[in-house]
Design a protein around this ligand. Structure first.
Ligand code: GLU
Length: 595
């Protein structure tokens, strides 16, 4: 965790010196300023519905999540005087129920948390861990060949020890205001009384080939005739209500020890498909980790994101740091050059990501990955006329300032992001995931178990070189989740943003940051702006948008262009002066509400 005063002091220094860093230490000020700003807000109890390119506005507090039930329940918590972390816990519990395809207590999450009172900026790691029995070759066949992706996803082998609940408890112990039990009540009530299945949830059930693999899962998601639950049908989940009640009373221990933990381990061990050796001792040993965020000045802002084991923070910052070597602000949003530059910066950043980023407790990334001299050198590889093709990783740390000191397959229809800013100015940016849609497809006590271990490399080495993100016991798989907080140089949070979308998350978040910070678009316009990204291969353009017109020109420049759905789920809150602006992603079912 870093203190904001230290970060801002260093950030100014870096801006003046035109260099970057990632920073250490605890804080004191800006509380008065934030307090004044917040007191200036009024409580109108008005709920706003997002419309076209207009963000939702509020003056006191705001919640943006992927589902209306979750946003509404979290808003009620804020109205009762709960803090951003309180509201996030309620939202996550409701999402476990109403958006089971994306996240839940059987999965993991990363949270950026800003505490206005202390100035703490914490990067909370609730990523799943591999059980102690995991091996480097668990996702390879007898001949050492990698398993096919879905062969590995469905069943016990892919299940990591869940992390989200321990992480939420850790943040709540520090910054929670309302009692832990209170935060579970909306999800308990909804699970008991039933909720209306959303369109997206219904479509995802109908479109999934694997949900019927496990009888308990089939019984929950399909009606008696075997048809997928329809949008609008009322679904109850008494098992999950009981699980929530146990956790509300007993804390996260109720999941990590005792009957529920035993049930999780037994489900993994006795899975009809890919049984694996998760033990109750793996659950009992799980620990959430508070890490130092990665922060970098960008124009007149400071952007802070998640360090490894997520690649989200560093890779997003690398893209932006490379782009800073070009006059991005003067480019028109949605110009050919803006797409070309973003694609080229993406190639360079992903080449580094794929080589250097993994769980830092097992593989320490090289220093200097977001050093400005290094990124300038990387930027010099970009031609304004020609695509570079596949990039090779750079050599960060050589001749650079070495300021970065870490402490420690395409998919992406799952996962969820929520952003919350409360009346005191505390902010949450959390991305939460069970990995694939419906995770491993196995249910325990009303919730789904993740398949997060398939985020590891399936092979331990390539061309004789060990892979940083290979499977190891108790290790966290590399993630792309990029919950992000942006500060102005007075220390105010001006933006909380993040998205689901697998490794495309990084491109979605980078684009949204450029659109808001460089091009001054409002947060809803920034989210709506068609996506374009490159992960060191094809250049992707979002299908069904005007941006597909760039295809011929990009191909002429040497890009291999792929037009496809890019289903982000960006949920963001931006602050300007005393107004909060909420933007949500219409590509999914986001809802922002505030007072
Ligand atoms: N498991 C992915 C990650 O941690 C997220 C998957 C998704 O966004 O759908 O990077």
């Amino acid at each position: 965790m870093y203190s904001q005063s230290r970060i801002l002091g260093l950030a100014w220094h870096m801006v003046n010196k035109k260099s970057y860093m990632v920073l250490p230490t605890p804080f004191v000020c800006f509380v008065l300023l934030l307090g004044l700003l917040m007191v200036a807000g009024c409580s109108t109890r008005q709920i706003n519905i997002v419309d076209k390119d207009q963000p939702v506005t509020a003056s006191k507090h705001m919640v943006a999540t992927a589902n209306s039930f979750a946003s509404q329940a979290a808003l009620e918590v804020l109205r009762e005087g709960g803090s951003a972390i309180d509201a996030a816990i309620t939202a996550q519990m409701v999402l476990t129920l109403v958006e089971p395809q994306s996240s839940g207590i059987g999965g993991g999450a990363f949270m950026m948390y800003y505490d206005a009172d202390t100035g703490d900026i914490g990067a909370y790691d609730g990523r799943e861990t591999a059980p102690a029995s995991a091996t480097a070759t668990m996702f390879t066949g007898d001949g050492g060949e990698p398993m096919k992706f879905y062969e590995a996803v469905v069943g016990g082998l892919s299940v990591g020890v869940p992390g989200v609940l321990r992480m939420l408890e850790m943040v709540h112990d520090k910054y929670g205001k309302l009692p832990w039990q209170r935060l579970f009540q909306p999800a308990i009530d909804l699970a008991q009384n039933g909720f209306a299945v959303s369109e997206r949830m219904s479509e995802m059930i109908a479109g999934d080939k694997y949900l019927k693999t496990f009888p308990q899962t089939e019984a929950y998601f399909f009606d008696d005739d075997g048809a997928a639950l329809k949008s609008g049908s009322i679904l109850k989940n008494p098992d999950l209500a009981r699980t929530f009640e146990a956790i509300a009373q007993g804390g996260a221990d109720a999941l990590y020890q005792g009957d529920i933990a035993a049930d999780i381990a037994r489900t993994v061990q006795t899975a009809d498909l890919n049984p694996a050796q998760m033990q109750v001792s793996d659950l009992a040993a799980y620990k959430a980790v508070l890490r130092n965020p990665v922060c970098m000045p960008y124009t007149e802002y400071l952007i802070c994101g998640m360090p490894p084991p997520s690649s989200g923070g560093i890779t997003t910052l690398q893209i932006l740091g490379i782009l800073q070597n070009f006059d991005v602000a003067s480019l028109k949003p949605g110009s050919l050059m803006s797409v070309h530059l973003m694609a080229e910066a993406g190639r360079l950043a992903f080449a580094d990501r794929n080589t250097y980023l993994a769980d830092p407790d097992f593989f320490m990334p090289p220093p200097g990955m977001i050093d400005p001299d290094y990124l300038k050198l990387r930027a010099s590889e970009i031609s304004l006329k020609r695509a570079m093709g596949t990039s090779v990783p750079g050599m960060p740390g050589f001749g650079a300032n070495n300021l970065w000191a870490p402490d420690a397959q395409e998919k992406g229809l799952s996962t969820t992001h929520l952003s919350i800013i409360d009346a005191q100015g505390n902010a949450v940016s959390m991305t939460s995931s069970i990995e694939n849609k419906f995770g491993s497809r196995m249910m325990v006590r009303g919730f789904l178990l993740n398949n997060q271990l398939t985020d590891f490399s399936f092979v331990p080495e390539r061309a004789g070189v060990p892979v940083a993100n290979q499977v190891e016991p108790n290790k966290r798989p590399r993630s792309s989740m990029a919950p992000t907080l942006v500060f102005d140089m007075s220390g105010n949070v001006v933006l909380a943003v993040g998205s689901p979308g697998g490794s495309s998350i990084i491109g979605y978040v980078a684009k949204t940051l450029v659109a808001t910070l460089d091009w001054d678009m409002n947060i809803q316009q920034a989210i709506n702006l068609p996506h374009y990204l490159n992960k060191n291969g094809k250049t992707y353009l979002e299908a069904g948008t005007p941006f597909i017109r760039f295809k011929p020109a990009l191909e002429k420049m040497g890009h291999e262009v792929n037009v496809r759905n890019l289903t982000s789920g960006l949920q963001a809150i931006m602050r300007k002066d005393t107004t909060l602006y909420g933007g949500v992603d219409k590509r999914r079912e986001g809802v922002a509400v505030g007072d």
